[in-house]
Design a binder for this molecule. Structure first.
Ligand SMILES: C[S@@+](CC[C@H](N)C(=O)[O-])C[C@H]1O[C@@H](n2cnc3c(N)ncnc32)[C@H](O)[C@@H]1O
Length: 316
């Protein structure tokens, strides 16, 4: 990573956390102390460790992982990524805060990256395996789903469990993107030779709505402008077809959740999966669909552990 790339990452991390200061630990922190630059072998890494300030439950570190982390849209666009680090991830040398080296210029956009002093970098002691992939926080963008393997496994267990427990109802994914997770649901039904349940795939099929003023949790959300999140119905249908899983057990509900779900022919649900990234979208879907979930069924809010908007909608 070059110094200007680290500066860009500091700026992005500050924006994601709505903070004017972030801490950079790990080897990329060297870049702040060596303005002339490092030798080529030292700048090969494309990852920098960001330690958010005041993050006792590590939710801010998770946010960094989700939005700027490995396989994120940010990495896809800029070729570099951040790993959110929590206080539990690394033990830092005594007095490290007093030796931080500030990196701030027009490239960091008003955010100060406080970088660990080089000797302190060498004295960091990891505290064990806390990588986000093992915590189900990765968001890969190269496949049919941006849900990482850990979450997919747990989701598959939910679908299998309601089948083996005989929990009545169909399955919904609200927020399908390329369709991968809904394709998995249909595949599980096929595996167990279930022919009397449906998979409903609900999406605008044109991305997210712009945030509305009345929903504070969505304030400043820019995902509506991200055209990569707009995947057409034709493309999602083609993805189902490629796996031989496009049939009359799959139904598509096209449109904004605020309008489309009320009219959808959904009576009872065994699994409700919500993955819509925004407070408004998550709440709209929950309000209509939650009352239809059978006792013993599952409600999964994918964003609950990653995005404040998802967590708040789940609680509200
Ligand atoms: C994070 S992606 C879903 C990822 C997907 N579950 C997967 O397996 O990769 C969010 C999706 O929610 C959809 N979406 C968000 N808000 C919506 C709304 N209010 N109405 C309809 N679709 C919405 C977007 O179009 C997008 O496809």
């Amino acid at each position: 990573m070059r110094r200007d790339q680290l500066e860009h990452l500091i700026r992005a991390a500050g924006q994601v956390l709505d903070a004017d200061t972030v801490i950079v630990i790990g080897s990329q922190a060297f870049l702040a102390s060596v303005p002339a630059g490092l030798p080529p072998e030292a700048v090969r890494s494309i990852e920098a460790d960001i330690l958010p300030i005041d993050d006792p439950d590590e939710t801010k570190a998770d946010l960094i992982d989700g939005l700027l982390g490995e396989a994120s849209t940010f990495q896809e666009t800029h070729g570099i990524y951040a790993q959110g680090v929590g206080q539990r991830t690394a033990r830092l040398p005594e007095g490290w805060q007093d030796r931080l080296v500030a990196l701030r210029n027009e490239n960091t956009g008003g955010v100060t990256g406080k970088c660990l002093e080089p000797h302190d970098v060498l004295r960091i002691q990891p505290r064990g395996m806390t990588h986000r992939i093992f915590r189900g926080l990765d968001v890969p963008t190269c496949g049919e789903t941006m849900v990482g393997l850990h979450r997919l496994r747990s989701f598959e267990e939910c679908v299998s469990e309601v089948l083996s427990d005989g929990v009545p109802g169909d399955f919904v994914e609200a927020g399908a993107w390329r369709g991968g997770t809904a394709i998995l649901m249909r595949a599980v039904l096929k595996t167990y030779h279930v022919t009397d349940r449906k998979v409903f795939v609900a999406d605008s099929f044109r991305g997210l709505p712009p945030p509305k003023r009345r929903y504070g949790a969505d304030r400043g959300d820019r995902l509506w402008a991200d055209t990569r999140l707009a995947v057409s119905l034709a493309e999602v249908r083609a993805n189902f077809a490629r796996y031989g899983l496009l049939d009359d057990q799959v139904a598509f509900i096209e449109g904004w959740f605020s309008e489309s779900l009320k009219a959808a022919p959904i009576e009872r649900l065994a699994v409700l999966r919500l993955d819509a990234d925004m407070y408004e979208s998550t709440l709209d879907a929950l309000e209509v669909l939650y009352p239809k979930v059978s006792p013993g069924g599952f409600v999964i809010v994918d964003d609950y552990g990653a995005l404040e908007a998802g967590r708040r909608a789940g609680h509200d």
